[in-house]
Design a protein around this ligand. Structure first.
Ligand SMILES: [Zn+2]
Length: 442
């Protein structure tokens, strides 16, 4: 199945998608200039969506808030009554945007998404005790950098564990404080950046520190590598670990089910996958264009969240239907290329390297068309075998003309945003040339 062949099923999702499209085009200022592109109500909904442009982060920065609020809503009254607030998203300065936040919609999206993994909705019920382990800059406007007591970082049922912008610089004391607080707070849900939790889990496992397991671990904020899962498993061998995909702008979009597939949170968003061009040899992989549903205050249509997903080739054995991804493939900006110019997703890099014994973390950097540098951190004593295994895997991935150097590191630090970068190019390229043009489809 290719990404372009996906048409969301009829039923509730179809009706909500239609309502979102028609009300945005009719009532939301930003989309006024999109109306001419709509082939109209006689056309199938998939064709109507595909005919529209893509909403970019830049559009959001320039036109938020008023461009995206329906005309009948009064922005100032909404702020004054507390129905909405303005929240700044995380990310690099280029990515950062101020968006309109409507808490009841966020909560509803979160509850619905929790139904996509068995038993999770019994934990995420709005009153769950939840510990959050991520960059202290990440959670909207919340900032917990510096020395704050546990009480100062506890907001009702929520505990924010981390106080440093890059976990590479955690001391043993920092990590043992976090582990101790986890034991004292005893959260039902641990929501974590996978890279952060992997570092913590490694420390606890190496030191033999026991930690009371939460009922669920939800990985979010950045791409979860196979290496992260493996390291987290050392500390929490039996706790269900799932990846939850979403963003501040879009709410909860996909939830990883107990069988490892990603199911769409179909009452709160619609996703169109714009596939990579056929030459890249991955027809089931596309960039996610997210439309938010049922949010009375903000209307996002075909928002390019900047990430790629891979469609499942067959229905998920868990029995849930609807749009299903086999994998989240990482950010578009983390694509690298073979010397022939074929796109290689971070997901593909990670599948290639993820089971190398002794590999702790890595980054692949592509310097030009055929030169690549592989930076890695390995368990003490495993450096040689890791370097040789990774070299062989990466040669198979990028092809025989790739020129690869490997470099052992003691640590690989996070970017300024607090997120790690597992793959990147050091030259400029235009992402718009990579994807099929939906408009030209029959
Ligand atoms: Zn499933």
């Amino acid at each position: 199945m290719t990404a372009s062949s996906i048409t969301p099923a009829s039923g509730a999702g179809h009706a909500l998608g239609l309502a979102a499209l028609e009300s945005a085009l009719a009532d939301v200022p930003f989309y006024q200039n999109w109306r001419d592109r709509d082939p109209g109500p006689r056309s199938p909904i998939a064709r109507r969506y595909a005919a529209l442009p893509i909403l970019t982060k830049r559009d959001m920065r320039v036109q938020m808030p008023k461009g995206f609020i329906p005309r009948e809503r009064d922005f100032r009254a909404g702020i004054e009554s507390g129905a909405i607030e303005l929240v700044t998203t995380s990310g690099t300065s280029d990515d950062r945007a101020t968006i309109v936040w409507h808490q009841p919609w966020w909560d509803a999206s979160e509850h619905a998404a929790a139904r996509l993994h068995a038993g999770l909705d019994r934990v995420i019920d709005g009153s769950q005790r939840e510990a959050v382990l991520t960059t202290p800059l990440c959670a909207g406007n919340v900032c917990h950098i510096g020395d704050l007591s546990m009480a100062e970082r506890t907001m009702g049922r929520l505990l924010f564990l981390n106080q440093k912008p890059d976990p590479t610089y955690w001391t043993s004391g920092d990590m043992e404080r976090i582990l101790d607080e986890l034991n004292r707070f005893a959260p039902e849900l641990l929501e974590a950046d996978p890279a952060y939790l992997a570092i913590l889990a490694r420390h606890a496992a190496n030191k033999g520190i026991a930690v009371q397991a939460p009922r669920f671990i939800s990985l979010t904020f950045e791409f979860p590598s196979r290496l992260h899962y493996r390291q987290i498993r050392r500390l929490f061998p039996r706790t269900p670990i799932l990846s939850s995909y979403g963003s501040t702008e879009t709410g909860h979009v996909f939830t990883e089910c107990e069988r490892g597939h990603f199911h769409l949170n179909a009452d709160y968003c619609r996703v169109d996958l714009q596939p990579l061009r056929a030459r890249h040899g991955a027809p089931s992989i596309g960039r996610m264009l997210v439309t938010t549903l049922q949010n009375p205050w903000v209307s996002l249509l075909r928002f390019d969240v900047g990430d790629l997903g891979g469609l499942a080739a067959a229905p998920c054995p868990c029995g849930r239907g609807g749009l299903t991804l086999e994998s989240i493939e990482g950010r578009t900006r983390d694509l690298t290329f073979t010397p022939d110019g074929d796109a290689v997703t971070l997901g593909a890099v990670d599948r290639s390297l993820g089971d190398i014994e002794g590999l702790l973390t890595y980054r692949i950097e592509q310097h030009d068309r055929e030169r690549y540098r592989f930076l890695f951190v390995a368990e003490p004593g495993a450096e040689e075998t890791v370097a040789s295994a990774a070299g062989a895997r990466l040669s198979a991935l990028y092809g025989p003309s790739a020129r690869l150097t490997t470099q052992k590191e003691s640590a690989i630090v996070a970017e300024q945003s607090g997120k790690f970068r597992l793959a990147r190019t050091l030259f400029a390229w235009d992402p718009e040339t990579l994807f099929e043009q939906e408009r030209n489809r029959p």
